[in-house]
Design a protein around this ligand. Structure first.
Ligand code: HEC
Length: 167
């Protein structure tokens, strides 16, 4: 009896990540290599890469208010670790962009350059992780700028490429 209940609950969880969630779960698709790429590139961007990058982008800043300047930077170990975790998400996402089903998607016309641009994002994220290792806010600020540059480098080529005409 107990096993049956568990099985039903599990099915419920697998199907919809919580049965009350009204948004449809993406169809589970597995590539030949067994990777689940049902989260497409756009979702990977807006659900994983963008929120993670924002934490790194906002980590070091000078905010000018009526009362003067406020300097924002990670101060406690917990804050530094939080930045490192998000930089790690950006680094690993560079790998995720290379999975079959993403880098090899038919709409990507220049897979070699796609790979180079995804790797550049990971490399920039690595410099951010190194800045958190030595708790250097200036290096972290510079690394955030580098990461940002790699986002725009890829977007300027791959988002605005016109659809192939089929000629
Ligand atoms: C290797 C290429 C590549 C890199 C690097 C890259 N992106 Fe993207 N990004 C894309 C592509 C392609 C799309 C459009 C996907 C689509 O619409 O199918 C996109 C779309 C987006 C979107 C729009 C998502 C939506 O809901 O429409 C956001 C936000 C985004 N990227 C953020 C980032 C950030 C932040 C970074 C850097 C930390 C980054 N991207 C790095 C290729 C890249």
């Amino acid at each position: 009896m107990r096993t049956t209940t568990m099985a039903v609950l599990l099915a419920c969880f697998v199907l919809h990540a919580g049965c009350s969630d009204p948004s449809p779960a993406p169809a589970a698709t597995a590539t030949a290599a067994g990777f689940d790429t049902s989260i497409d590139t756009r979702q990977l961007m807006s659900w994983v890469i963008d929120p993670s990058a924002k934490v790194v982008f906002g980590a070091v800043a000078t905010i000018v208010t009526e009362d003067g300047e406020e300097h924002v930077q990670p101060r406690t170990d917990e804050e530094w670790n939080n930045i490192r975790s998000h930089a790690a998400m950006v680094l690993e996402s560079g790998n995720l962009l290379l999975l079959e089903g993403r880098a090899h998607a038919s709409q990507i016309q220049d897979p070699q350059d796609w790979t180079a641009k995804a790797r550049a994002m990971s490399a920039a994220a690595r410099t951010a992780i190194e800045a958190t290792d030595v708790k250097d806010p200036e290096a972290l600020f510079a690394a955030a700028g580098e990461i940002y540059q790699t986002c725009t480098d890829c977007h300027s080529k791959f988002i605005f490429t016109p659809e192939p005409t089929g000629e």
